[in-house]
Design a binder for this molecule. Structure first.
Ligand code: ADP
Length: 370
């Protein structure tokens, strides 16, 4: 296996559109790195540059110790798995698995050995004589993975490999890919637009938006300390609530603290854990966005000081919990509540948040504060 290193990798399409702007990161040997972002953010462009299917406008790409900018795809020692499976319909599973090796001139015995090994790893033994038309979506995707596996490449590149599967199958294939990664100790770069897939599979995640890398970190670090509003609201479901307001100082002499003035008469006192942050104190008088995850807010009885009045707009029970949609000034808020003891649409309730769990962002740039 090998590492992959990108230095200021840039893609400008012939029409002048910048698909990827100066991407720099390293995928460690044996790491499963996920590229995630909304449709059109440049993740396929980035993966295709690593694969050699897209030319590199500028920057340096290394696989292992070798600069591969101008190396053809077949000589990069990578294997790619596509969303579309790209299986040959007239060939059996065994022939599909063997095809790439045959092209590369491996001898029969070696091919048979590798096909048998991949079939065992992916539990395809029973299906070797079938053609793709006689397989389920999940089985086809396993064959597509098998075809990459038999190549024993330095790096696996996976482009939305589970997008064509239904939700249940996606979950089981996700577990299978994670198992495969552990078993092979393989270097993998995995592209998805699905934040759940990114969070569950990635050892580290690269978050992209509009061709630009927004943040690179472990799933929990991204969740706990998003670098900006984009990352904060992209990861997590329901997404992080944002309350925009002006940071003011208030309270009595003995009880001086910072407040967020949200609308004319709506003010939220910040917990000491929050206003003790130096970065926040220096923002007095400025407008900023306060971010609170749905699980970090709850409805309280109204006697607490740190609370926010909000009107219940809708209640959506989903079994084990309910999503409560509320409005506070111009802001929409979503809470997760236990399924018993739910408010009714139209109620005005009071909300409190877990001390120290608030995130703050610059209202103009979206950058994290503190
Ligand atoms: P993603 O995989 O994140 O959905 P892509 O990498 O496919 O996004 O595309 C990134 C951006 O580059 C998109 O806005 C897309 O329209 C644009 N793009 C892709 N291919 C070309 C091309 N050949 N010419 C011009 N623009 C392109």
């Amino acid at each position: 296996m090998a590492s992959v290193k990108l230095d200021n990798l840039r893609k400008v399409y012939p029409n002048g559109y910048v698909g990827v702007a100066d991407a720099s990161f390293q995928v460690a040997d044996g790491e499963l790195l996920v590229l995630v972002g909304p449709s059109g953010c440049g993740k396929s462009t980035l993966l295709r540059m690593i694969a050699g299917l897209e030319t590199i406008t500028s920057g340096t790409l290394k696989i292992g110790d070798r600069v591969v900018n101008d190396v053809s795809p077949k000589d990069r020692d990578i294997a790619m798995v596509f969303q579309s499976y790209a299986l040959y319909p007239h060939m059996t599973v065994a022939e599909n698995l063997a095809f790439g090796l045959k092209l590369r001139g491996h001898d029969r015995a070696a091919i048979a050995g590798r096909v048998a090994e991949a079939a065992k790893t992916l539990e395809l033994d029973e299906l070797l004589d079938r053609k793709p038309g006689a397989l389920s979506g999940g089985q086809r995707q396993r064959v597509a993975l098998g075809r990459a596996l038999v190549r024993k490449p330095q790096v696996f590149l996976l482009d939305e490999p589970l997008s064509n599967l239904d939700a249940k199958l996606r979950m089981s294939m996700r577990v299978e890919i994670a198992r495969l990664h552990r078993q092979l100790g393989a270097t993998m770069v995995y592209v998805t637009h699905d934040q759940i897939e990114a969070m569950t599979l990635g050892q580290r995640i690269v978050v992209l938006d509009k061709g630009l890398i927004q943040q690179i970190d472990t799933p929990m670090a991204l969740y706990e300390k998003p670098a900006n509003v984009f990352v904060a609201t992209f990861l997590g479901s329901p997404k992080m609530n944002l309350l925009q307001g002006e940071l003011v100082e208030g309270g009595s002499e003995r009880d001086r603290g910072l407040w967020l003035r949200i609308a004319g008469d709506i003010e939220l006192p910040l917990s000491p854990e929050d206003f003790m942050r130096d970065a926040l104190r220096s923002r007095l008088g400025q407008r900023l966005d306060m971010g609170l995850r749905p699980e970090d807010m709850r409805i309280v009885d109204g006697s607490d000081r740190a609370q926010l009045p909000a009107r219940v707009e809708a209640v959506e029970p989903v079994g084990n919990e309910a999503f409560v949609n509320l409005r506070c000034g111009d802001s929409e808020i979503i809470l997760r509540q236990p399924p018993n003891d739910l408010p009714t649409p139209g109620d005005v309730v009071h909300l409190a948040y877990a001390p120290g769990r608030a995130h703050f962002f610059d209202s103009d740039t979206g950058a994290r504060i503190g």
